[in-house]
Write a protein that binds this ligand. Structure first.
Ligand SMILES: [Zn+2]
Length: 368
């Protein structure tokens, strides 16, 4: 079984992580004091961490999302967003993440007068500062932003234009998030059309709490290149009693087209999408060789890191270093940065990193 230290040392990629889902609890408290936010349930760091985790594990996406009011609540000022984004880059790098796309909905940070563009600028400045600090400690990270529109709101076209406006400064794609039931992605067609018209990139939260129609619309109507979660694709897969497997048309399309699934195992357990990690469809999907990637979704609310997710998968399914490397390369192949940057990370960072760890494991085995 892999140790947490080995997993942390192994290079990892992260495609699905929310900026407002990854704050350090102490930072939430600091920022609340600094900016006069008075609605926190407690100002004790341990109690607040526990409160977020309790709030997350309520088996409902809608209830899970309620806790976010206190994170974006303290992200209403330029410097607050810079700090949150810088710490995000540092925390991911310290966990051994070498490439990350972190998403945020700028429309959540305009309550105190920031403009949408200022929110994105602060986000990117924070990433730059955090990546510099991380590199100085020997943990280089490439970190990029995805700009998210809220699916229950009506600003998605404006947000899509915002994403495109910042594409040369570190924004690599556009996403929609929020409650899935009742808010179909087709409500935002003009936003997706704009992104496609500009040859930019789309990932859509789909197939998290809602089933196949949401996945089908995201791919075939909206033009999503990746699926945020997409875990309900298992509803189109039949495992027969003799162990043979039948893929429906949509599942076959997703696998054949190598559509990346941004799977977030623990988050799905918390929102009720899976009963436990051991019963999570990621095991079936990886064995069927869908393009599986492993993600955190919300590190604060779910109390996870990329490494802890891999540790949980290794404990449940014995994935080992080989499968970890495969999932990491899946993530980089699916990244929205340019092709040459993806190749560089795969060939110069990921493959040598895993080769080193395997050689060390082999040396340990010989010496034992
Ligand atoms: Zn998400």
């Amino acid at each position: 079984m892999l140790t947490l230290d080995t997993i942390r040392e192994a290079p990892k990629a992260l495609l699905h992580d929310h900026l407002d889902g990854g704050l350090r609890p102490a930072t939430v408290i600091d920022l609340a004091r600094e900016y006069g936010y008075r609605d926190l349930p407690t100002e004790d760091v341990d109690e607040l961490s526990a409160w977020f985790r309790r709030g997350a594990d309520r088996k409902s996406l809608e209830l899970y999302l309620e806790t976010f009011q206190h994170t974006y609540g303290v992200m209403q000022h330029y410097d607050a967003i810079v700090r949150v984004a810088a710490e995000c880059a540092e925390d991911l790098a310290a966990d051994g993440v070498v490439y990350a796309e972190v998403r945020y909905a700028p429309e959540l940070s305009v309550e105190q007068g920031l403009t949408l563009d200022e929110v994105v600028r602060a986000n990117l400045e924070g990433f730059r500062i955090g990546a510099q600090r991380a590199a100085a400690t020997g943990h280089p990270i490439v970190i990029r932003a995805l700009v998210t529109a809220m699916r229950q709101a009506a600003r998605s076209k404006e947000i899509a234009e915002l994403a495109v406006r910042w594409r040369d400064e570190g924004v690599v794609g556009f996403d929609i998030a929020g409650p899935e039931a009742g808010y179909r992605p087709t409500r935002h067609l003009d936003a997706f059309e704009h992104i496609r018209h500009e040859n930019f990139h789309i990932t859509i939260h789909a197939g998290e709490s809602f089933g196949l129609p949401s996945i089908w619309e995201a791919l075939q109507i909206c033009g999503a290149e990746r699926l945020g979660h997409g875990v309900r694709i298992v509803d189109d897969i039949t495992v027969r009693e003799d162990g043979s497997v039948h893929l429906g048309r949509l599942a076959a399309f997703v696998r054949d087209s190598r559509i990346p699934l941004e799977l977030c195992p623990t988050s799905n357990v918390h929102t009720g999408g899976a009963a436990s990690i051991a019963e999570h469809p990621i095991d079936l999907l990886r064995r069927l060789r869908f393009r599986v990637t492993v993600n955190t979704d919300n590190r604060l609310m779910s109390g996870v890191s990329v490494s802890s997710e891999f540790k949980a998968l290794d404990e449940a399914f014995g994935i080992g270093l080989g499968e970890m490397e495969w999932m990491t390369i899946n993530g980089l192949k699916s990244a929205f940065v340019p092709f040459d940057e993806r190749l560089r990370l795969i060939n110069e960072v990921v493959k040598p990193g895993y080769a080193r760890l395997r050689a060390r494991d082999a040396a340990v085995a010989v010496n034992a």
